[in-house]
Design a protein around this ligand. Structure first.
Ligand code: FES
Ligand SMILES: [Fe+2]
Length: 450
């Protein structure tokens, strides 16, 4: 039994279990593990903040969170996107309290200090009278988020100034982002505001559910079969490929029994297909023309899904990005974006948005199904007997699916390690291995003897 402590012996035991493909269930809700994760995972990896279309003009801003760090993301006069810690340098209160908007300057609601779009302190109420001449305003600007970068319009931040650059971190996932986000002229745009709500869940379980687990679809979302939206075939979400890329990222390219989609190009208007072909490589085009659903994740806490929705003659496709912000070992704040091709016809965008609200939005049927399961995982993972109960991802239960049995498909046209089914645990294993690598980094390193 692994003791619920974080001493060196416990970590050795955890390591042995992980090497056997076993993932102890207690780590899903343990408060000490959670603290380690905040520091060692979220303090060093890239986290999604916003899409560039949320910051259209100079002065546009949104406020976001990187776990517990409040972020003010602003477009400055030069058109650069800057990220600041959303906390006043005077007495520390939250500087900008709105979710989004447009401003020339940010004035603190507490004592009125104001900052420009470059984070510089430009105004102090009664400055000369209160502080005299000695106050050097240039020393009291806003703290910058150490790294902010974007790829295909997706803006990410990183709290570690020496972490690898975003593009290196995304690695082969960029090739798939080029399909999801770069297929149309003008790229994608966010429609509406990101919706957010709190779910009883652990972030590892929600991230895995999206990025790595098409196997749950046939059971958890059984109602879609009963409504005639999904096929009766119990393997229907398993056809296609599961692709593992670097750093715990992965994507599932779900097709159908025939290896092709029900409809070409995910039910998008035919008028858009030549544009897709023009913007993609032949290999990317081959994948997009035949896919039914893309679903995957960027480690640690960004997931995405690009499905086909609707009924014959009224099909549409959209892209949903969701960020799982941990707010405790048993809670996540879900941030959910709807993205659509900027170049799509207006009525198509509107129909797709309504489809999203009814499926993966906060009131969507698919969302409700998943939320209930996540809450129950949290609920049952805290008991004494859980301390020696492991979840399997070697080769005896569903977590071992495909282990040593399914070989990578060398003929798959995209990068990464591609397995010829999505009912397996290749991405789950990669995520959990990455989790352990990150949380155990620099732990129990003996001090050099002086
Ligand atoms: S806390 Fe912002 S001006 Fe005092
Ligand atoms: Fe689901």
């Amino acid at each position: 039994m692994i003791k619920k402590t974080l001493d060196e012996k416990a970590f050795q035991l955890l390591k042995e279990k992980m090497e056997q493909g076993l993932f102890p269930q207690w780590v899903l809700t343990d408060p000490d593990i959670y603290e380690l994760e905040i520091d060692k995972i979220f303090g060093h990896t890239w986290q999604f903040l916003a899409h560039e279309t949320e910051l259209k003009d100079s002065g546009s801003y949104v406020t976001r969170w990187m776990v517990n760090d409040p972020v003010l993301l602003v477009k400055n006069r030069k058109g650069e996107i800057k990220g600041y810690l959303n906390s006043c340098t005077h007495r520390g209160t939250q500087l900008c309290t709105a979710d989004h908007g447009n401003k020339k300057n940010f004035t603190c609601p507490y004592h009125g200090w104001s900052y420009n779009l470059d984070g510089e302190l430009i105004g102090i109420v009664a400055g000369n009278k209160v502080y005299g001449e000695e106050m050097d305003k240039s020393e009291w600007g806003l703290r910058e988020i150490p790294q902010v970068a974007s790829y295909q319009g997706m803006i990410f931040g990183c709290l570690d100034p020496v972490a690898m650059p975003l593009e290196e971190y995304l690695g082969d996932m960029k090739w798939y982002f080029d399909i999801l986000l770069g297929r149309s002229d003008g790229g994608m745009e966010v429609r509406g505001l990101p919706q957010r709500w709190v779910a009883k869940a652990n972030w590892k379980a929600t991230a895995e559910n999206f990025a790595a687990d098409p196997y749950h679809v046939q059971t958890t979302h059984r109602s879609t079969v009963e409504l005639g939206i999904s096929p009766e075939d119990p393997l229907y979400a398993g056809y296609g490929h599961q692709i593992v890329t670097e750093n715990g990222h992965g994507i599932n390219v779900i097709t159908s029994k025939t290896g092709k989609a029900r409809v070409p190009y995910q039910g998008t208007p035919e008028s858009m297909w030549p544009m897709f072909k023009k913007n993609l490589t032949p290999e990317q085009d081959e994948i997009l023309s035949g896919v039914t659903v893309f679903v995957g994740g960027v480690y640690p806490n960004l997931s995405f899904v690009s499905p086909i929705h609707g009924t014959e003659g009224h099909l549409h496709n959209y892209l949903n990005f969701r960020m799982w912000r941990p707010i405790g070992p048993e809670k996540v704040e879900v941030w959910c974006w709807f993205l659509i091709d900027k170049a799509a016809p207006e009525e198509y965008k509107e129909a797709a948005y309504r489809g999203y609200l009814g499926s993966f939005g906060p009131t969507g049927t698919l969302e409700q199904d998943d939320t209930e399961t996540w809450a129950r995982i949290v609920e049952v993972s805290k008991g004494l007997m859980m301390r020696d109960k492991e979840l399997n991802y070697n080769n005896v239960s569903n977590y071992l699916m495909g282990f040593d049995r399914v070989e990578p498909d060398q003929s798959f046209p995209g990068p990464g390690i591609a397995y010829p089914t999505t009912y397996l645990d290749a991405i789950s294993r990669s995520m959990h291995e990455n989790w352990f690598k990150l949380i155990s980094k620099d732990l129990f390193v003996k001090e050099a003897v002086k």
